[in-house]
Design a protein around this ligand. Structure first.
Ligand SMILES: NC(=O)c1ccc[n+]([C@@H]2O[C@H](COP(=O)([O-])OP(=O)(O)OC[C@H]3O[C@@H](n4cnc5c(N)ncnc54)[C@H](OP(=O)(O)O)[C@@H]3O)[C@@H](O)[C@H]2O)c1
Length: 380
C-alpha cells in the first residue's frame, strides 16, 4: 500500500490535508507530529488508513528515517520561517517526492541555490502548495491560459482573514518584512521590480461578499514576479490586505514599527495577531480568502476572475492534498521542482480544487464558464 507521510497532521492545515487524503483513499497516511498521543480523533474507525507517527522535524536522523519509509512526503508543519527547506532537502536526499504547504520566498530562494542536488534526486518537489502562496500564483496563471497571447499587464489583489494559529501568524508577520528582504512598496514595470512612493502603494477595491470594500497595500512576491517572467508579462501590480479590523490594525502597527526582525519580536507579534484575529471573528468577520485578478492587453481587451473561499486552513489543506495525489499519479510536470503554479496543469488542478474546496463564490470570464461550472463549484 502507498505510504503517505504527513508532517503536522494535528495542525489547522495538516488536519484538512489529512481529511482530504483519507477521502481520496490513495494510500495509508502516516500522521506525524512531536506527540503522536495527541493526534486527533479523526483516526477512530480508520486505523487501517491512518497511523500516528512520532517525528520532530528538527531531529535530522528522525526526519531522514521518516522520509525513507514513505512513498511521498507532505509537510504542513511550520512556521515556514524556521522549517525553511529542511523537509524538502531531507525528502529529496531520500529520493522521495515532497510537497510543502509553506515554503515561502526564502525557501524558493534557497531552492534556487540548491538547484543542482535537488534536481539530481530526480523527484518532484512542490513548494507553495497552499492558498497564499499557491493558488495566488496558480489562479492568475489559469486566467492567462484563457488567451494565447501574453497580456501586457496583470493586477492581482488578495484579501482575507481567519483565526490565525500562532504558527501561521508567525509566518504572516515574517512576510511583512518581505521575509527579511525589506523592500519598499514595489511593482513590476518593464519586467523589473520598481519602488513606488508609499502614498501611491494603496488600492481600493470592492470584492464579493463577505470581503466587500477593502484597501490593499502594494506587495511584491517572488511567486508573481516569477510568473510574470515565465509568461512575459511586463507590468504587475499586486495588492494585499488582511481585512479583519483588529488584524489589519495589528499588522499595520507591526509593519510600521518593524516588529518582525528578531525571534522574540516575531513571536510577540504573532501572539498579537492571533489575538486580534480571534477578536475579529468574535465581532462577526467571517473567515475567507479572495483572489481577484485582472489581465489587460495592449489593444484594450481585459479578462477578470475572482474566487472567494471560506476557511483558509481547509482550502490550504485541500490544495496540499491535491498536489500530493498528483505527485502519486505522476502528474507533476516539468520542471518538476518549483512553486505550485510552475509544476501543475492549472486547469486540471483547479477542477480538482473546485470539486472539493469551500468556495463561497467565483466569477470567471464567459469563455471559461463551462470549465468552472462542470467542476461543480458554487458560482456567482
Ligand atoms: N500557503 C498558505 O496559504 C498557508 C495557509 C495557512 C498556513 N500555511 C502554513 O502552514 C504551516 C502550518 O500552519 P498551521 O496554521 O496549520 O499551524 P498549526 O495549526 O499550529 O500546526 C502546526 C503543526 O506543525 C507541527 N509541528 C510544529 N513543530 C514541529 C516539529 N518540530 N516537528 C514536527 N511537527 C511539528 C505541529 O505538530 P505537533 O504539535 O503535533 O508536533 C502542528 O501539527 C505554516 O507554515 C503556515 O504558514 C500556509
Amino acid at each position: 500500500m502507498t505510504r503517505i507521510g504527513l508532517i503536522g497532521a494535528r495542525g489547522g492545515v495538516g488536519g484538512a490535508a489529512l481529511r482530504y487524503l483519507l477521502a481520496a483513499g490513495r494510500g495509508q497516511v502516516f500522521a506525524a507530529g512531536r506527540d503522536p498521543a495527541r493526534m486527533p480523533a479523526v483516526f477512530a474507525g480508520q486505523e487501517n488508513q491512518v497511523a500516528p507517527r512520532k517525528l520532530d522535524l528538527f531531529d535530522d536522523a528522525e526526519l531522514a528515517g521518516f522520509c525513507r519509509e514513505m512513498d511521498v512526503v507532505l509537510n504542513c508543519a511550520g512556521p515556514s520561517s524556521k522549517v525553511l527547506d529542511r523537509v524538502v532537502l531531507a525528502a529529496a536526499a531520500a529520493k522521495r517526492p515532497v510537497i510543502d504547504a509553506g515554503g515561502y520566498d526564502p525557501v524558493f530562494r534557497r531552492l534556487k541555490e540548491q538547484d543542482g542536488p535537488i534536481r539530481a534526486a530526480g523527484v518532484p518537489v512542490v513548494i507553495n502548495a497552499g492558498l497564499l502562496p499557491g493558488l495566488s500564483g496558480l489562479y492568475p496563471r489559469w486566467l492567462a491560459s484563457q488567451e494565447s497571447e501574453a497580456p501586457a499587464a496583470m493586477e492581482v489583489f488578495y484579501a482575507g482573514t481567519d483565526r490565525w494559529t500562532l504558527i501561521s501568524a508567525e509566518d504572516i508577520v515574517f512576510s511583512l518584512g518581505d521575509f527579511g528582504a525589506e523592500r519598499p512598496p514595489t511593482r513590476i514595470e518593464g519586467g523589473r521590480p520598481v519602488p513606488v512612493p508609499f502614498r501611491k502603494a494603496f488600492r481600493r477595491l470592492d470584492l464579493r461578499p463577505p470581503v466587500g470594500k477593502v484597501t490593499g497595500f502594494l506587495t511584491y512576491t517572488e511567486e508573481l514576479a516569477t510568473l510574470g517572467q515565465e509568461l512575459g508579462i511586463p507590468q504587475i501590480d499586486c495588492h494585499g490586505v488582511n481585512h479583519g479590523f483588529w488584524s489589519g490594525a495589528a499588522l499595520s502597527l507591526i509593519k510600521l514599527c518593524k516588529l518582525y526582525r528578531t525571534d522574540a519580536q516575531l513571536r510577540r507579534s504573532a501572539r498579537w495577531l492571533a489575538r486580534a484575529s480571534e477578536r475579529d471573528l468574535r465581532w462577526g468577520t467571517l473567515p475567507c480568502f479572495a483572489i481577484h485578478c485582472r489581465l489587460r492587453w495592449a489593444d484594450g481587451r481585459s479578462l477578470m476572475a475572482e474566487i472567494v473561499v471560506g476557511n483558509t486552513y481547509e482550502a490550504t489543506g485541500i490544495i496540499a492534498g491535491i498536489a500530493t495525489v498528483m505527485a502519486l499519479e505522476d502528474r507533476i510536470l516539468p520542471p518538476h521542482v518549483g512553486m505550485l503554479h510552475q509544476v501543475v496543469d492549472p486547469g486540471a488542478f483547479l477542477a480538482a480544487f473546485r470539486a472539493s474546496a469551500p468556495i463561497l463564490s467565483e466569477t470567471v470570464p464567459a469563455a471559461a464558464r463551462d470549465d468552472a461550472t462542470l467542476a461543480g463549484a458554487a458560482h456567482a
